[in-house]
Write a protein that binds this ligand. Structure first.
Ligand code: SAM
Length: 295
């Protein structure tokens, strides 16, 4: 099978199978070999690796993954793509094609089965409508993951990599940076895809930390505080915490904890670093009234 990564070969396969793009599945297939090369290089695939590809489409990236990795599992929700993948990838014997919704798949069991529990490398041109649940699911779901190299909307990549104080900084920046070191590899214009998406894209590499960069007594409390402070971005951090229905702290308790960090009581969440959120969380946890966020 010829490589698919050019418009002619992609169109030929789509026509052969009379395939119609499904907008609801975020189908924008990559047709630019330079971009594909950047994704594959950034993923740093070694011959002993197990790679999980999310949304293989017609198999454009999968061909390159199969040639470099020890094993590849490609999870595709659209059953109309399965016969196409069976043709375009038929020469590769180190591949399993799984017709499933990635959000419903038990990824931890898959990695355990396919790679004896050793960490997987995740590579994907992601369906943009579910970027955050996929990425956070990979970090929080307990599956052993070494790195995530993905195409996402540029805006989302910028948020993942943002530092305190900037307009892009938010809960997703802190969540991603708690689990991984983000690095934006390249920006990718719409004409590198078929059909063209309405937005610019970026390739981002997330290298999972062996241990989180901050230690915190209760990470669930810390993330509840983070979400509360960015849900009400225009309010002070103390008000955000006091107004959150799942946090038991009064405005005065929040202000006291903020003061112990040496910060103004009028500070907003967007200026705090991950370290400061961890410190604030520990200080509130020590009040002994956090019950785990129920209710
Ligand atoms: N990897 C291909 C490429 O680069 O040309 C296709 C990328 S396209 C942006 C996203 C792919 O994810 C599509 O093939 C789509 O059908 C698939 N997809 C969408 N939602 C999915 C889900 N919940 N689980 C698994 N695959 C999904």
């Amino acid at each position: 099978m010829a490589y698919l990564i050019n418009p002619q070969n992609t169109i030929a396969i789509l026509q052969k199978y009379n395939f119609h793009f499904q907008k609801k599945y975020g189908q924008n297939f990559l047709i630019d070999s330079h971009v594909l090369d950047k994704v594959i290089r950034a993923a740093g695939i070694q011959e002993e690796d197990f790679v999980l590809e999310i949304g293989p489409g017609i198999g454009t990236m999968t061909q390159f993954l199969c040639e470099r990795a020890n094993k590849v599992a490609a999870v595709e929700i659209d059953r109309n793509l399965i016969p196409i993948l069976e043709e375009t990838l038929k020469g590769y014997h180190n591949l399993s094609i799984i017709n499933e919704d990635i959000l419903k798949l038990d990824i931890a069991s898959l990695v355990c089965r396919e790679n004896g529990g050793r960490p997987a490398k995740i590579v994907a041109n992601l369906p943009y409508y579910i970027t955050t649940p996929i990425v956070m699911g990979l970090f929080e779901g307990g599956a052993p993951v070494e790195s995530i190299t993905v195409m996402v909307q540029k805006e989302v990549a910028d948020r993942m990599q943002a530092s305190p104080g900037g307009k892009d900084y938010g809960a997703i920046s802190l969540a991603v940076q708690y689990y991984a070191q983000p690095e934006i590899i390249a920006n990718v214009p719409p004409n590198c895809f078929m059909p063209r998406p309405a937005v610019t894209s970026s390739v981002i590499h997330l290298k999972r930390h062996k241990t989180p960069p901050v230690s915190v007594l209760d990470d669930k409390l810390m993330f509840s505080i983070i979400r509360a402070s960015f849900n009400q971005r225009r309010k002070t951090l103390a008000n955000g915490i006091a107004n959150a229905s799942n946090l038991p702290f009064s405005k005065e308790q929040a202000q006291d904890a903020i003061r112990t960090l040496g910060l103004s009581v009028n500070v907003r969440g967007e200026s705090l670093s991950l370290e400061q959120f961890a410190e604030l969380s520990d200080s509130l946890w020590n009040l002994g009234i956090w019950g785990g966020g129920a209710g």
